[in-house]
Design a protein around this ligand. Structure first.
Ligand SMILES: Nc1ncnc2c1ncn2[C@@H]1O[C@H](COP(=O)(O)OP(=O)(O)OP(=O)(O)O)[C@@H](O)[C@H]1O
Ligand SMILES: [Mg+2]
Length: 381
């Protein structure tokens, strides 16, 4: 399970460039975007508003409509309906180059015959930026990305990660109000990905950039994003901060996709303004934060493995037998087979390694009510 980064945003250092979109407050707004291919709905009424300096990620499994949404914003794909407004200007019917957005894709698409410097200078030359200004801006941008020493090399003389940083510089250099990135680290190995994630986040914060990023990697989305739009079947299931998605998932899909939640079947026994009590099919009583769902309704209670704890017998919502114990660095993954009641499968926990139980041990499990989400079972109760 990805470690959740809940740190507050560090103070950004003085921006080298003025934060793009500052003053407009809302660099990007998308309303009811729709795109179908033949009978297939790729994107279905997607709406969102993105603030200046925000790092927003489209997260979803393959085919969920992430790239199609990004391509419509970029202008490479025409929506069937809906509108796109950038910095207060409706760009829905404008050509990509007239929208003034920056792009970074999975393939670096650098010009092989040009040096790093020339690659990065290219967008400024296209825009007729005067020479002195061009030199200053290319120099600054390469400096920020740690590429100054490689300015004279050609792309084939660089590593994959360095090439991707050049591609990033090329998108940054003309200060677009919004930068769009589609799986820019997809082709790189894990270690390099981690490094460049940190790099991208640092540059984004330093320059106050507004970024829309596409990935199917939950951990990457959690590390990078101010807000994440979780996409499924062409729709946004939930658009929220990583913390909200994790702690207040609005659908079972979000609970599962972001944290591989346990789903415990049961029935709502009591609902008060303070709490929802769920009688689990395994027999125990689980207390959740107050949520919708009528008394007697069939539900699934979702709890992340990292939010379950062992407790003294009698205090928990379930007792059972430890079936597996797997050490993962400073954490231990444990599965427990609940005793009694219906067999609803094992419960998965993640504990600090120091709290590991032993195989075959009888344990009791508890969770804080705030960490328990309750979802109605469709067609039930
Ligand atoms: N040009 C096209 N013609 C027909 N169908 C398309 C086209 N482009 C995308 N689709 C379909 O639209 C849906 C969404 O595709 P999209 O590329 O947006 O998904 P994605 O979320 O980016 O997936 P991935 O993670 O695999 O890149 C898919 O079902 C896909 O098959
Ligand atoms: Mg895609």
């Amino acid at each position: 399970m990805p470690e959740l980064h809940l740190k507050s945003q560090p103070q950004s250092s003085p921006a080298v460039f003025p934060p793009p979109g500052s003053g407009t407050g809302k660099p990007l707004s998308v309303t009811d975007l729709r795109k179908t291919y033949g009978g297939v709905t790729a994107v279905d009424t997607v709406s969102m508003e993105i603030a200046g300096g925000e790092f927003v990620t489209f997260l979803g499994s393959s085919g969920s409509g992430k790239t199609t949404t990004l391509m419509m914003i970029a202008g490479f794909c025409e929506p069937d309906s809906g509108s796109i407004v950038v910095g207060g200007r409706d760009v829905t019917r404008l050509a990509p180059q007239k929208r003034g957005l920056g792009f970074v894709f999975q393939q670096y698409l650098l010009f092989p015959h040009m040096t790093v410097w020339e690659n990065v200078a290219f967008p400024l030359q296209l825009r007729g930026v005067p020479k002195a200004e061009l030199r200053r801006r290319v120099g600054e941008t390469l400096e920020i990305a740690g590429l100054s020493a490689m300015a004279r090399r050609r792309p084939r003389e660089l590593s994959g990660g360095q090439q991707q940083r050049v591609a990033l510089c090329r998108a940054l250099v003309y200060r677009p109000p919004v930068i769009l990135m589609d799986e820019p680290l997809g082709a790189l190995d894990k270690k390099l990905r981690d490094q460049l994630q940190t790099e991208i986040k640092r540059i984004q914060q330093e320059l106050g950039l507004t970024v829309i990023y596409v990935t199917h990697d939950q951990e990457e989305a959690l590390v990078l994003s101010d807000r994440i739009a979780v996409m499924r079947d062409g729709r946004i299931d939930q658009f929220d901060t990583p913390r909200e998605l994790f702690e207040r998932p609005r659908t079972p899909f979000v609970a599962d996709f972001l944290g591989a939640a346990n789903f415990l079947p049961g029935t709502v026994q009591q609902r008060t303004p303070e709490q929802t009590l769920v009688r689990l099919d395994t027999g125990g009583l689980l207390t959740a934060r107050p949520q919708a769902g009528a008394e007697g309704a069939k539900v699934r209670a979702a709890v992340q493995p990292g939010r379950l704890r062992l407790c003294t017998p009698g205090d928990g919502f379930c007792t059972g037998t430890v079936e597996t114990v797997t050490y993962v660095g400073t954490l231990v993954r444990v599965t427990v087979r609940p005793a009694g009641g219906a067999d609803t499968g094992v419960v998965r926990l993640e504990l600090p390694a120091g709290e590991a139980p032993v195989l075959g041990e009888q344990v009791s499990l508890t969770a804080h009510p705030d960490d328990v989400s309750v979802f109605a079972v469709e067609g039930g109760g």
